[in-house]
Design a binder for this molecule. Structure first.
Ligand SMILES: [Zn+2]
Length: 528
């Protein structure tokens, strides 16, 4: 190597997915770090100044199936910022467990001319033809994994069709038959408690009462440790009437077959319990509807005139028969904005708009392009600012030069002092500008990545779908609110319209101030 090539800036990426894995020898944190260090030393011995170690990025107890890992995200940022240009890791699975993610990481690394070095699979993009090998290897790895999981799933499905239990723990009241896989044996003590839970619930019609009674009368582990959710799970589990449910949580595909084990509850009791449970659920839901209105946009919606965050409030109608829900200023709007607005109306407009753009791909694409235009405009602004910073810097350098010359010429202490003070001031201004420049450069980089990301569209649709799913679910108001706060950068109520801005998803932290998509729903009609 010639001496002109600067050494690589090397990062180690280390991930341990479980606590157990963190402790076992092979994949342990320490072990991974030692292996990486040894490899770095070896390369440095081979080529002088191959690379300088910068930092270890460590994710503990986090799965490789997601890229939402704190250290990993930090690493990506440092690659963007140019702090890192070579990432070393022990196995591919440390970096990513999905081909899609890996290829994204791979492309990302290439964009920032960052090399990836993997010890075990001999992947090493520092050699040119290896990048092709890398891709091919990954395709095979993914294929292999997919086949394995499909085989496992198919196997489990075939077994369940025959009425056999799956691999998990046996439901209370049963034990696994150690001699015959998939068979359950009735546990004499626990099955009696399960039967008691069914008859107690029919008598009390209350899960809370049932729990108290069982706890009082049964001191075996199942009785002592019974909880409301356990009682509920037991009361709704068809395994007790000798039914094997397939895809229990998937309503569309749910199937039932006769189980290979003996029932411990008769069908009539089970059905009576289901009727009683449904009655209680209905009562509870009615109570919820009456008692609590979910102000989904509380603290998120702002007045476009004065910028105040509007809060959810309610009031009785003058007849005292109807309760109104609305979003409101604390008192009034100092700038003549809309003081308060019907909450249900806003929900309908905003959620309806989200639903529309989620279902209408073309419309979304138009909005996305508009968003990209906005981002590009912002990039231009920043570049303009960068040019100005550079001009100021040049000016400052000249000023400092002049002062230094003056300093060389002057002999008087008082004058020297004042010149020195002036130089210090100029230098600190120079440093400020340097910081400003770095920040603006960083923002430009992020925005460029955002504007060119092909994943953006898919990401938004996915996130909107998930968020609306939460909104539609009863009793998940808090989760829905959090998801909406993530999804919407701003919700602005103007006298003429509502502006909805989705937040940047590629790097939420850096882009929270970027309004990506701004679209007024149809002209707002105010309640009279
Ligand atoms: Zn206002």
């Amino acid at each position: 190597m010639n001496g002109l090539v600067p050494p690589r800036k090397v990062a180690f990426y280390i991930r341990v997915s479980t606590e157990r894995q963190a402790k076992v020898e092979e994949g342990s944190l320490k072990n991974q770090e030692q292996m990486l260090r040894a490899e770095l030393d070896r390369r440095n011995a081979q080529h002088k100044d191959w690379g300088t170690f910068v930092e270890s990025y460590v994710d503990e107890g986090i799965s490789g199936k997601t890229t939402n890992r704190p250290a990993f995200q930090r690493l990506m940022q440092d690659i963007e910022l140019g702090r890192i240009d070579t990432v070393m890791f022990t196995e591919l699975s440390r970096l990513s467990r999905s081909l899609k993610d890996f290829l994204n990481i791979f492309e990302f690394a290439q964009r920032y001319t960052c090399d990836l070095v993997c010890l075990k699979t001999e992947i090493d993009t520092t050699s040119p033809y290896q990048s092709l090998v890398t891709k091919i290897l990954m395709v095979f790895a993914e294929f292999e994994r997919e086949m394995t999981s499909r085989r496992t799933a198919l196997n489990a499905y075939e077994r369940s069709k025959r009425g056999l239990a799956n691999g998990g723990a046996a439901p209370p009241g049963y034990r696994r038959d150690k001699k015959r896989k998939g068979y359950l044996i009735v546990d004499p003590v626990e099955s009696r408690i399960v039967q008691e839970i069914f008859s107690m619930y029919l008598k009390e019609q209350s899960i809370k009462q049932t729990v108290e009674q069982i706890q009082e009368h049964y001191h075996e582990p199942l009785g002592r440790n019974i909880t409301r959710s356990k009682v509920y799970t037991i009361l709704t589990n068809k395994a007790y009437v000798g039914v094997r449910e397939i895809y229990r949580r998937d309503e569309a595909n749910r199937q039932e077959v006769a189980a290979v084990w003996e029932p411990i509850i008769d069908r009539q009791t089970f059905d009576q319990v289901q009727v009683a449970l449904q009655k209680n659920r209905d009562r509870y839901n009615r109570h919820l509807d009456r008692g609590r209105f979910a102000y989904l946009f509380s603290g998120l919606i702002r007045c476009g005139n004065c910028g105040q965050r509007l809060q959810g409030k309610s009031a009785w109608s003058s007849s005292n028969r109807h309760r109104y829900h609305y979003y409101s200023h604390r008192r009034s709007c100092p700038k003549g904005g809309i003081v308060r607005i019907d909450a249900a109306l806003i929900h309908r407009l905003v959620l309806g708009w989200l639903r529309d753009i989620m279902n209408d791909g073309e419309r979304f694409e138009r909005l996305r392009q508009e968003g990209v235009k906005r981002v590009n405009h912002r990039i231009e602004e920043l570049q303009e600012a960068l040019t100005q910073i550079d001009q100021q810097q040049t000016f400052l350098v000249e000023q400092i030069d002049t002062r230094i010359n003056e300093l060389a010429r002057s002999k008087e202490d008082a004058i020297r002092c004042s010149i020195e003070a002036s130089i210090t001031r100029l230098a600190s201004r120079q440093e400020e500008l340097r910081q400003e420049r770095l920040y603006a450069e960083h923002e430009v980089g992020q925005l460029e990545a955002l504007a060119t990301s092909p994943r953006l569209f898919a990401n938004y649709q996915k996130q909107i779908r998930k968020t609306l799913g939460l909104v539609d679910q009863d009793g998940h108001a808090e989760n829905a609110k959090t998801a909406l706060k993530d999804l919407l950068a701003a919700l602005t109520l103007n006298p003429e319209d509502i502006k909805i801005a989705l937040s940047g998803l590629v790097n939420r932290r850096a882009l929270s101030s970027t309004l990506l998509v701004v679209a007024p729903p149809d002209r707002l009609e105010l309640p009279t």
